[in-house]
Design a protein around this ligand. Sequence first.
Ligand code: NAD
Ligand code: UDP
Ligand code: UDP
Length: 319
Amino acid sequence: MVKLRSDSRRVLVTGGAGFLGSHLCERLIDRGDEVLCVDNYFTGARRNVAHLMGHPQFEMLRHDVTFPLYVETDAIFNLACPASPVHYQFDPVQTTKTSVHGAINMLGLAKRTGATILQASTSEVYGDPSVHPQPEEYWGNVNPIGPRACYDEGKRCAETLFFDYNRQFNLPIKVVRIFNTYGPRMHPNDGRVVSNFIVQALKGEPITLYGDGSQTRSFCYVDDLIDAMVRFMDTAPEHTGPLNIGNPGEFTILELAELVIAMTGSRSRIEHKPLPQDDPKQRRPDIAKARTLLDWEPRVPLRDGLERTIAYFRKTAFA
Ligand code: NAD
Ligand code: UDP
Ligand code: UDP
C-alpha cells in the first residue's frame, strides 16, 4: 500500500466486504483515508463494496486472516469474523480460528508496523448477562462449551490478546464491544432477527418468533455505530477500551415483530418457534463511557433505521 498523499492515512479494514466493514470503508474513504479492504468473502460479498472498486483510495484483497499478512499500514480495524449464529455455527472451529489466529496475525502486523489496531468485539462477551444494563466492568456469563462459545469465547480470547499485546509490547489498541447493529447490507439469510423479520414480512411469510418474544435486545443503526468506531480510533492511546457501543433503546422481540409488520404493511402472521439454546434473555448497553469519551450519542431511532433497512431490502429484492 503506497500512500497517495503525504497527509493521508493508510487504513486496513479486515472483514471490509461485510455489513459493517463496507460502511466503514465508505466512511474512511470519505474522510480522505486510503483503505485496504481484506476479506475472504465467507459472509461478505464483492457487491457490498462494488461501488468503491476503482476508487483511487480503495484496494481490495481476498485473504483469510487466519494466515499471516504482510502489508504496510497506519491503522487497522479488525472486523473479520462471521457475526450471526447461523454463520458462526456453520464451521465453529473456523470461527474460533478467525477470532484467535486472526487477532494474533493482525496484532503481529500492528506490532511490526506500529499501527493502532481496533478490535470489533461484541456484547456476546457478556453472554447471558446477570447484570443489566451491561457496563464494561461486567465480566460476563458465558457458557464455554455451548453452541455459541466458538463466537463468544473466540471474541473473549481476542480481547485477552489485545490487552496482552498492549501491556507486553505497548501496542496502541482500541477494543469496542458492539451491541446488535442493523441496517442496509445486512445479509438477507444470516438469520439475525432484523433481517429475518423484514425479509419474511416483505415476502408475506410467517414471522418466526423464537420463544414467547419477551426477550429484549437494543438495536443500533449502522451509521451511529460507524461514527462511534471512527471517533474511538482517533482518541489518545491511553483510551484502550473496552468500550460499549450501541443504542440503549430496549425492545422485546415481540415488539420488533409487530413494528416490522406494521411498517411493511405485511399480512404475515407471527409463528412461534423454540428459543435457541443459550439465547440471552435481555441485553442493553450502558454507553455512559462512550458518551463522555467520544462526545457521541446514537441519533437514529429504531423506526427511522428500520425504514431505511426495509427500503434497502425492497430495492435489492432480498438478493
Ligand atoms: P459480516 O458477516 O457481514 O462481516 C464479517 C466479514 O468478515 C465478512 O465480510 C466475512 O466474509 C469476513 N470474514 C469472516 N471470516 C474471515 C476470515 N477468516 N478472513 C477474512 N475475512 C473473514 O458481519 P458484520 O455484522 O459486518 O460484523 C463485523 C464485525 O463486527 C464482526 O467481527 C462481528 O463479530 C462484529 N459485531 C457485529 C455485530 C452486529 O450486530 N452486526 C455485533 C457485535 C459484533
Ligand atoms: N504477522 C503478520 N504480519 C506481520 C507481522 C506478523 O501476519 O506483518 C503474524 C505472524 O505470522 C506471527 C503473528 O503475526 O505469527 C504474531 O506476530 P508476533 O510478532 O507477535 O509474534 P511472533 O512472530 O514472534 O510469533
Ligand atoms: N430471533 C427471533 N426470530 C428470528 C431470529 C432471531 O425471534 O427469526 C430472536 C433470537 O432468539 C434472539 C433475538 O431475536 O432472542 C436476537 O437474535 P439475533 O440472532 O439477531 O441476535 P443475538 O441473539 O446474537 O443478539
